[in-house]
Design a protein around this ligand. Structure first.
Ligand SMILES: Cc1cc2nc3c(=O)[nH]c(=O)nc-3n(C[C@H](O)[C@H](O)[C@H](O)COP(=O)(O)OP(=O)(O)OC[C@H]3O[C@@H](n4cnc5c(N)ncnc54)[C@H](O)[C@@H]3O)c2cc1C
Ligand SMILES: *[C@@H]1O[C@H](CO)[C@@H](O)[C@H](O)[C@H]1NC(C)=O
Ligand SMILES: *[C@@H]1O[C@H](CO)[C@@H](O)[C@H](O)[C@H]1NC(C)=O
Ligand SMILES: *[C@@H]1O[C@H](CO)[C@@H](O)[C@H](O)[C@H]1NC(C)=O
Ligand SMILES: *[C@@H]1O[C@H](CO)[C@@H](O)[C@H](O)[C@H]1NC(C)=O
Ligand SMILES: *[C@@H]1O[C@H](CO)[C@@H](O)[C@H](O)[C@H]1NC(C)=O
Length: 588
């Protein structure tokens, strides 16, 4: 994450907005695989954010047919059933700790369970994508798809006055499926955070959507009328669900692509409680006349490709899988935002209900607010995550110019996985030279199928802080929260300070705390089937076609991000998938 701040007061009020109670599905959802057609125009693997966007847009054409196969349920009332329990391999940069990885497993994917922060990276994030692919259509100016996916409702006039929330209407979408808005309840701590940033002369943007550098107020993926989560299932899926050419099969696990890439194999009736395939499990096939669309997320797409014989010889040989396409980039270039959580105490707020953690502390109040939410759709239960963020640059952290020089001079292979394919080293060299903004980790991990058993979760190898410069920047970023923000008048006035990590630690001490307690993941896995030139270790071309697949396979999920952006991921996944649909439909 480098200089990403997790909102100084990120003691996270709990996720309350539930994915809307959906309207019953009229009949194109299949509980039984025997109801399916044997062949579709397109088969979409994974009904998460990217998969549902692409399936919706492709099914706008009544002359084609679309099937989405989703491992998870339509919906579920228990949080646990929504997640795949992947866990990482030991991470040397984090004292050999392992960690759990949250991956969505239900229709709607991450958008049905995530923190609902709805922000974009800054223009430079996407300009870098355009630059390294030699294609301006992937740069900021070339991505009108952010707007296409969004309908923005501005904060109320009272919120603008009370909190100082500002916005530019013209950077937002006004007729897209995903609703973005501010909750009716905003804790005053957000205001203190923004005031503190101003005091420290950190720029506060009029609208972070236009340029997410410095501090800003930020909306949520929240329906402004229902005050419920606006996710891929309640929008893209429901809008498509009355089309006869849009089919969905849930609770079915895609196990591999068929050898000739004519379709996919899957196991119907997938039971996520089983960790190995039952000996009597039946594998079915469905054909894709035009294309197979991979949308199973940056953790599961590379696994499925590898199980299909698509990947590097070394990974496939170890699993005893015959190689169909030699593609070393599958599963490499893995990126996320490592996160350091802080324990923040706020001691001088006259109204204790303004404290972000108060709901957790007072169960009576929590229950009352639950009733208020059900009856009036107001109060703190409308809140999912912070509405204030700051993404700081090296300047704000006093990171010395020497760090840039050092990063530029590092031999590209020095901190990559030993034995990695030379094309991936080429690609990393190019990205490193172009993206030295220090808003992004330089460390790279990998994701690999753990076994030929499709029920086994992939091996997730984060390699957090394998590049030592990442830890140096993380130290500065954490110190900003522990030592600098609490010294501002705005924080002193509300009596806010960070309990852990302690203030006044040396670089080495703070680095030690981070190694011992940071989380390798902010639930933002990406990059594992990157859109890069083949000679740069790429996996898909700039039209998102899998190299070597003769146009049979497209990848549309967060795997294709060549470099992670400095923001949460969902709005970028929506935009990329909107663009992917136009590429597939040859609209440009
Ligand atoms: C806990 C959590 C909190 C987050 N918070 C935020 C936030 O506040 N703001 C934000 O912008 N982003 C957030 N994110 C990230 C964001 O939700 C993801 O980046 C986004 O959902 C990724 O989209 P995707 O299409 O790549 O994959 P997903 O949305 O994960 O969809 C992949 C789908 O494929 C299915 N699948 C996987 N394997 C198979 C298989 N073999 N066969 C069939 N189906 C399969 C999965 O069940 C899943 O439904 C969060 C993510 C998580 C997990
Ligand atoms: C992590 O494990 C490796 C290999 O077992 C070992 O060499 C190293 O010393 C360990 N690091 C820590 C911090 O324990
Ligand atoms: C497989 O066997 C288990 C018991 O061993 C049984 O519960 C299950 O229904 C069987 N599944 C199929 C598809 O026959
Ligand atoms: C908890 O909330 C209830 C209901 O709002 C309130 O009456 C009570 O005083 C609160 N308890 C504490 C310890 O503040
Ligand atoms: C950067 O340096 C200035 C001047 O020494 C200091 O006032 C400021 O607090 C520093 N900021 C950070 C983030 O370290
Ligand atoms: C605590 O808050 C009150 C009311 O906002 C304010 O008057 C007082 O100055 C604050 N205390 C400190 C130590 O800043």
């Amino acid at each position: 994450m480098s200089s990403k701040l997790l909102g100084a007061l990120a003691a996270a009020s709990l996720i309350c907005c539930r994915c809307a109670r959906g309207i019953p599905f009229p009949g194109t959802i299949f509980e039984r695989e025997s109801d399916l057609s044997p062949m579709y125009g397109y088969v979409v693997v994974g009904g998460g954010v990217s998969g549902l966007v692409v399936a919706n847009r492709l099914s706008e054409d009544p002359k084609t047919t679309v099937l989405v196969i989703e491992a998870g349920r339509m919906k579920s009332n228990t949080h646990a059933g929504h997640l795949s329990p992947a866990s990482t391999t030991a991470i040397p940069g984090l004292n050999n700790r392992t960690a759990g990885v949250a991956a969505a497993r239900l229709l709607g994917g991450g958008s049905a369970i995530n923190g609902m922060a709805f922000d974009r990276g800054s223009p430079g994030d996407y300009d870098l994508w355009g630059e390294i692919n030699g294609d301006d259509s992937w740069s900021w100016a070339g991505l009108p798809y952010f707007k296409k996916s969004e309908t923005f409702t501005p904060p109320t006039v009272e919120q603008q006055v009370e909190y100082g929330i500002t916005f530019y209407m013209d950077v937002h979408g006004t007729s897209g499926p995903i609703q973005s808005s501010y909750p009716p309840f905003i804790p005053t701590t957000g205001k203190a955070f923004i005031a503190a940033l101003r005091r420290l002369r950190i720029p506060v943007q009029v609208d972070g959507t236009a340029n997410a550098i410095g501090g800003f107020w930020n909306p949520n993926s929240l329906d402004p009328v229902l005050r419920e989560r606006s996710c891929a299932r309640t929008t893209y899926h429901e809008l498509a669900s009355n089309r006869a050419n849009y089919h969905i099969l849930t609770e079915s696990l895609v196990t591999r692509l068929s050898h000739d890439l004519s379709g996919v194999e899957y196991i119907p009736g997938y039971n996520p409680d089983q960790t190995v395939v039952a000996p009597n499990a039946t594998t079915r096939q469905v054909q894709a006349r035009r294309e197979i669309i991979m949308a199973a997320s940056a953790l599961h797409t590379p696994k499925i490709l590898q199980l299909s014989g698509i990947g590097s010889s070394s990974v496939l040989d170890r699993l005893g899988i015959n190689q169909i396409i030699n593609l070393p980039g599958v599963g490499e270039n893995f990126q996320d935002h490592p996160a350091q959580y802080l324990a923040v105490v706020v001691t001088n707020i006259s109204d204790p209900t303004q404290h972000p953690a108060y709901l957790d502390q007072n169960k009576t109040y929590d229950a009352e607010m639950g009733v208020l939410y059900e009856e009036t759709r107001t109060g703190p239960w409308t809140v999912s995550t912070d509405n204030t963020f700051a993404f700081l640059t090296a300047d704000h952290h006093n990171v010395s110019y020497g760090s840039f020089v050092e990063a530029a001079q590092q031999p590209a292979a020095k901190y990559l996985r030993p034995g990695i394919d030379s094309t991936i080293i080429n690609g990393f060299e190019e990205i490193k030279m172009a993206s030295l903004s220090l808003q992004k980790p330089l460390s790279r991990g990998s994701v690999r199928a753990a076994s030929t058993d499709p029920y086994r979760m992939p091996l997730v190898d984060y390699r957090t802080f394998s590049n030592p410069l990442d830890l140096q920047i993380m130290v500065q970023s954490v110190r900003f929260n522990t030592d600098i923000l609490p010294q501002t008048d705005a924080f002193k006035e509300i009596g806010a300070f960070v309990q852990t990590p302690e203030t006044g630690l040396s670089d080495i001490q703070l680095g030690g705390v981070i190694r011992a307690s940071a989380d390798p993941s902010f639930s933002h896995p990406s990059g594992t089937c990157a859109m890069l030139k083949l000679e740069d270790g790429g996996c898909v071309d700039k039209r998102l076609r899998l190299y070597g697949s003769y146009g049979r396979v497209r990848v549309v999920d967060a795997s294709i991000f060549p470099v992670i952006q400095s923001s949460h991921l969902q709005s970028t996944v929506y935009a990329v998938a909107e663009k992917a649909a136009d590429l597939i439909r040859r609209r440009f």
